[in-house]
Design a protein around this ligand. Structure first.
Ligand code: UD1
Length: 418
């Protein structure tokens, strides 16, 4: 077990490089199973979700090696279509492998996935979509068991724009016979990134980034080298940290376009922002002003993955705010922990009512999930005095070199083995 020990109250100054997006890399690694030729994914972040995905690929029989930060996946030797319980439980994204493993082997068996405990997270839309492509599915002893004679393109209308279901169906449809049309598809930038990767290995996919994605099945795929997009959630976490701690920082290798809903809110908070090519500068030298209301929505709305960090910011704004979570039911588990630092927040149903306080005070808090954990770290950086954030393995799932980057910006943070 490890924890962070943080001495808060320091302004942040300096520059950090933003990592490659976790939520792009994970489905792209699943997509690597579709082809017999080696693929290279550049600048893969060193996070535990990726390490677990690599373990799953290894278990399928793929050969994975690193060349510096680039990962080379050779799936020509893949032979296994079963993902054991202990691996699937480590990682929600293991479910993406359904689409690619069925496409590769005509069958798949996977334990119900794990991941952050932030709500029900059903996979019904994934399964309904795969059934429309001709997959027969049964559920036995906590395993999803799939098989098909062949995959055939079809029209699939999603009840809600699920990111994972959209990606899973794309993966299964790439080598299906005929054309698949996904309607009410999720529009997240990572889906467009998956499309670009699939096209780089020879697929024919268009429309990602809009609500309708069209996939023309192809017979064979090839290898490619691919650089996925930058991590908008990591970038957003650092921007909110700067807004809370004050100071001025520069993020390099990021895209402001993918973050416009957050940038809009930060301007309302009174932060000064400047965008130049792939850099975002943020400066804040005053107590932030409340934004009144933040509601999470599918892209391009405010991302649920920045909800906890934004609530931490609202906690120290002048004025009150209401933060509403529309995607996941139990994504306010970090709120009692923030309150230990002096935040004044009441959760009623899907909304957190935040009464801004002058400042937070150091405390010992527990990270219950990835983004909630990151919110506690940035709150501790802004708080007066010493904090401990326990259970940081959740944070390690998604942030690479988190404490090193924070130290580069002048934050005082140490990782301690308990
Ligand atoms: C992905 C992201 C996660 C992000 C989320 C929403 C990855 C690896 N993870 O998760 O970081 O928080 O998008 O932007 O990319 N739903 C169903 N049935 C399903 C699938 C989803 O009802 O079969 C519901 C979920 O309960 C939730 C909503 O759809 O309310 C959105 O979930 P979804 O977009 O699928 O999230 P994930 O793909 O799990």
């Amino acid at each position: 077990m490890e924890k962070y020990v943080i001495n808060g109250g320091k302004k942040l100054e300096g520059s950090v490089n933003i990592q490659t997006a976790k939520n792009s890399v994970l489905p792209i690694l699943a997509a690597a199973v579709l082809t017999d030729s080696p693929v290279t994914i550049m600048n893969v972040p060193d996070i535990s979700d990726v390490r677990n995905m690599v373990r799953i690929l290894g278990c399928l029989g793929c050969n994975v090696r690193y060349d510096g930060q680039d990962m080379i996946i050779d799936s020509s030797s893949a032979y296994n279509c079963e993902i054991p319980r202990e691996l699937a439980h480590e990682l929600r994204s293991s479910v993406f492998l359904l689409g690619s493993v069925i496409s590769r082997f005509g069958k798949a068996k996977i334990a119900y996935p794990g991941g952050c405990d932030i709500g029900l997270r059903p996979v019904d839309l994934h399964l309904t979509g795969l059934k429309r492509l001709g997959v027969k599915i049964s559920e036995r002893n906590g395993f999803i068991v799939c098989g098909c004679d062949k995959l055939t393109g079809n029209e699939i209308m999603l009840d809600c724009p699920s990111v994972g279901a959209t990606e899973n169906i794309m993966l299964a449809a790439v080598k299906a016979e005929g054309t698949t049309v996904i309607k009410n598809a999720a529009r997240e930038p990572e889906i467009e990134d998956l499309q670009n990767f699939l096209n780089a290995i020879g697929a024919r996919v268009c429309g990602a980034g809009t609500g309708t994605i069209v996939i023309e099945g192809v017979k064979k795929l090839k290898g490619a080298s691919y650089q996925p997009i930058s991590d908008r959630i990591e970038a957003g976490t650092f921007l909110i940290a700067a807004a809370m701690c004050g100071g001025q920082i520069e993020l390099c290798g990021t895209s402001s376009e993918n973050l416009s809903s957050l940038l809009h809110k930060l301007r309302e908070n009174g932060c000064k922002l400047r965008i130049k090519n792939d850099k975002i500068y943020i400066k804040n030298d005053k107590r932030p002003v409340s934004v009144k209301s933040v509601e999470t929505q599918p892209y391009p709305g405010f991302p649920t993955d920045l909800q906890a960090q934004m609530t931490a910011l609202c906690a120290i704004c002048s004025g009150n705010s209401i933060v509403t979570e529309n995607l996941f039911e139990t994504r306010f588990k970090y709120v009692p922990e923030l309150c230990k630092m002096g935040a004044d927040i009441t959760v009623v149903g899907r909304s957190a009512f935040v009464r801004g306080v002058e400042g937070l005070k150091g405390a010992t808090v527990i990270a219950n999930d990835l983004r909630g954990g990151a919110a506690l770290v940035i709150a501790a950086l802004a708080a007066e005095g010493r904090s401990e954030v326990l259970d940081i393995s959740h944070i390690d799932r998604g942030y690479s070199q988190f404490e090193q980057k924070i130290r580069l910006l002048g934050g005082e943070i140490r990782r301690v083995v308990i």
